[in-house]
Design a protein around this ligand. Sequence first.
Ligand SMILES: Nc1ncnc2c1ncn2[C@@H]1O[C@H](COP(=O)(O)OP(=O)(O)OP(=O)(O)O)[C@@H](O)[C@H]1O
Length: 244
Amino acid sequence: MNVVVLERLTKQYKTGGGINNVSFSIKKGETCGLLGFRGSGKTTVMKIMAGLTRADSGRTSIFGKDPGKNPERVLGKMGCLIEKPGGYPYLTAIQNLEIIRKLYPGCPRAATEYVLEQVGLAAYQNVRVGTYTPAMKQRLGLAMAILPEPELLILDEPFRGLAAEEKNALYGIIRNQQKKERTIVISSTLFREIDLLCTNALVMRNGTVTGKADARDAADMYGGFEAYCVSRTDAGKKAVPCTG
Ligand SMILES: Nc1ncnc2c1ncn2[C@@H]1O[C@H](COP(=O)(O)OP(=O)(O)OP(=O)(O)O)[C@@H](O)[C@H]1O
């Protein structure tokens, strides 16, 4: 069953950037890596999926509905970490999470403590978020995204700026979500993350999709996602951001 179907999405910003004719689908339980250099259009695609911006043309279907037209039918099933992690800086982690929890009537109080434990912030739950390091804010952003147990997780460059051990902690959280058969979309400029975590990879360049493959095809044809992704970018001609 397809959770995400995007057909011929186009969006042009006044500055000239944007996305052009983007089409792909993601099945339930897949972890799809959206890989591309800076400015290739990853965030724009994710914002359209999350109903945060509208495409100029094309069709967006998430759980069979357009999030721009039916936000109440879609957004409750979706957890997003897009661009900078949120949270009110003058509130503690637990206060921030409680605000979100109350938006979901079925979400028990214990869920707040559980996700704080999961993301390794339990010891800092009563500390104001404004004092957190970028990595802690990133983990809080993830906690906010997974708190209501969403069926679809959209994570825009969740590893950006994190040290190796901080990334490892995040890998663990994402793997836990995979065990629960969540559908996950992760954008990254790094091949390594896609290799480690994803069942499928989708490569973007200059606002268009230049390749789509699942792990088996990428392994059969190229020996893995990394070589596959390189083959679908102009990475050979540029400096390649290929290490974590
Ligand atoms: N709000 C905006 N207004 C004008 N131009 C934009 C806006 N958002 C994105 N763009 C432009 O659209 C193109 C795609 O940007 P987008 O942020 O979607 O790419 P990205 O792959 O997520 O890159 P990054 O990793 O830098 O966020 C870029 O040329 C960018 O400058």
